[in-house]
Design a protein around this ligand. Structure first.
Ligand code: GLY
Length: 306
């Protein structure tokens, strides 16, 4: 099977001055994931490597540089889902883990449960030998200043440079034919402590099934949850897999576009998604001013959002 990879750095009103940083971040994430897939590595390794790059890049709302909650703290959510077993590993409301996608993978591979939250998730991180950090290490000055502006006046997305519900994600297909999807986020700005959005929820912010494809979502979590967007997209892919071969090439973009239409029409939401069908064909769609994304074209070149 020919490998494939697609990544995103969130669907949001990316200001002109951040566009190049977002493009560079997506390119670095593609490099990290593709280096693994091209030498025959697993989709799970590729998704983790790509998302770690995006979490470490402060331009994105995940890991370091995430939005702060009302109390001025970072709370992180992440998930990774294996399309062969349909097992996921997810964590939510973690404050002391620099790369929550790594912890999500530990849950996937080494935990009897599929989701851990808060102190229990952090305790599991320690048991698994993952380093924990000082929560302040995840806070950057841009977000601290935005939080202060919201506290002084009223909360406004304009104080957050267009971010409302950022998020990063990746979907990979490996040579063995496995599809893995992952999503990681700092959630929405000035959220209530303990708030969890779509990102770490199976079927909402992420879904993968080798029989159909894999999906990672971004945008306003409360709306994405209403339409269970990632599973909805995979179901569209599943139905299109039965279509005439001539129609299958367009199916990934059609599935992604149908989800974004449903998000707007049925839930009044804004956001986007990336996906691969079971053969590795990429698709994406968004109804925000911009989305940061990148994928590997059939000739091996990287295509990155304008
Ligand atoms: N999609 C990110 C969030 O709502 O938390």
């Amino acid at each position: 099977m020919k490998p494939s990879l697609i990544v995103h750095g969130g669907a949001w009103a990316i200001p002109d001055e951040f566009v190049e940083d977002c493009r560079a971040g997506c390119r670095r994430a593609l490099e990290a994931g593709w280096e693994i897939l091209a030498r025959g590595g697993s989709a799970l390794d590729a998704v983790e490597a790509a998302i770690v790059v995006l979490e470490d890049d402060p331009v994105f709302d995940a890991g370091t540089g995430s939005h702060l909650n009302r109390e001025g703290r970072v709370e992180l959510d992440a998930i990774v889902m294996d399309g062969k077993s349909l097992k996921a590993g997810a964590v939510a409301v973690v404050e002391r883990v620099r790369n929550p996608i790594r912890l999500a993978r530990k849950v996937l591979e080494s935990c009897e449960h599929m989701m851990l939250v808060g102190a229990g998730a952090e305790q599991f991180a320690v048991e698994q030998g993952l380093p924990v950090c000082d929560p302040e290490e995840l806070v950057i000055e841009r977000e601290r200043a935005a939080w202060r502006r919201c506290r002084e006046g009223a909360h406004s997305w304009e104080h957050h440079f267009g971010h409302e519900g950022g998020t990063v994600g990746a979907v990979a297909l490996d040579r063995e034919g496995n599809v893995v999807a992952g999503t990681s986020t700092g959630g929405t700005c000035c959220k209530r402590p303990g708030r969890v959005g779509d990102s770490p929820l199976v079927g909402c912010g992420c879904y993968a099934d080798v029989q159909a494809g894999g999906v990672s979502c971004t945008g306003w979590g409360e709306a994405i949850m209403k339409i269970v967007m990632a599973k909805t997209a995979v179901d569209y892919l599943r139905h299109s897999a039965a279509a005439h071969p001539a129609q299958q090439a367009a199916a990934p973009h059609a599935a992604a576009s149908a989800c974004v239409r449903l998000l707007a029409e049925r839930a009044g939401g804004r956001g986007g998604l990336i996906l691969l069908d079971r053969d590795g064909r990429p698709g994406f769609a968004f109804n925000t001013p911009r989305m940061a994304y990148g994928y590997v074209a059939p000739d091996g070149s990287f295509v990155v959002s304008p």
